[in-house]
Design a protein around this ligand. Sequence first.
Ligand code: PMP
Length: 429
Amino acid sequence: MTSSESLFARAQELIPGGVNSPVRAFRSVGGAPVFMQSAQGAWLTDVDGNTYVDFINSWGPMILGHAFPPVQEALAQALPNSFSFGAPTRREVEMAELLIEMVPSLEKVRLVNSGTEATMSAIRVARGYTGRPKILKFEGCYHGHGDSFLIAAGSGALTLGAPDSPGVTQGVAQDTLTVPYNDLAAVRAAIDANPEQLAAIIIEPVVGNMGLVEPAHGFLAGLRALCTQHGIVLIFDEVMTGFRLAAGGAQERFGVTPDLTTLGKIIGGGLPVGAYGGRADIMNQVAPAGKVYQAGTLSGNPLATAAGLAQLRYLHEHPEVYQQLETTSTRLADGTRQIAKELGLNYTVNQVGSMFSLFFTSEPVTNLEDAKKADLPAFGRYFHAMLQRGIYLAPSQFEALFISTAITDELVEKYLTACRESLIEAHGL
Ligand code: PMP
């Protein structure tokens, strides 16, 4: 038995499903998860000493690779001054300044501890601001595990086949409307059927949580126009796309400015942080400036803000990072598409910037229904074949890959070689 297998056996006795977040359990691909020991740059090392090239990067935040020296140094400098005060600090102000400078929609911002907190808080503020009860989300988009979002949710909930989670009341569920992604007519119909009822439309502007799905031309701009017309708060959930698809996120890349934005992961450089912010008149509703309550003992934590600031400053000062990420990811995505084609598989590869997905279907994937056509058993075999070759992918078809700047040309070649061999193995070619 490997150390990973024995730890997983112990974990299953102690922790539900043996993991602290469902998708880590390898349920959809089978087998036992690998327990990690350390990471440096592009490389992960597990508890048995095996090494892997990381194409998940903690689901996004390690955009500059693991243990990035400026982030490490910032943490080392912050450490002697203690780890939590429950009182305001200078770095929180500096962090707010930088976030507002980088993200087009932000005029005011509040720090929280996770993406889930950010999205839960953003819809509360939207409801407080508009005085309306309902929200609209898109099938297959994941916005954390807040009750209101576990309705046709993507990511782990989708993988487990439990989109409507037990424990979410009918009352909450009936205030969440869901429509297919990329379907503006369905949004229009939902608005018309619920006049003056919709507080917010929340969306992943580029979806990472049903695999990578990009917005159709004009879709985001169409949402912007509808929200303005009907007094609905438009929320971009940029927990994955923020500071990744451009320094200013998907909203910069696509030139559409939402009213509120939710952020997470990446702004903590790997430590637990989230944020929500946007128009000052909306954010001024938040306590203690306004009456919409939201709080957090550890919010703006000194270590988390030290790591986050170091990472964000680096991204801000090195715009060439985005060109590098784009080039590397395009080589990976194009190479994957080409290999699949040569093998007669003709699979769909979706890519936006440094996020991409290989879908095990030859049809275009523009929404959840398309994504569900993928051959999941073949994906599972491919995943394990890649893992054996030292390539660490997301253990689900319904997740994107996240590229870091630590992926060199040599590692692109390593990935492509493994991809060819693994596709052959997975399909018995
Ligand atoms: N929104 C999006 C778009 C996400 O991808 C995630 C997590 N992957 C969340 C919200 C929730 O963030 P967290 O896991 O930090 O609570």
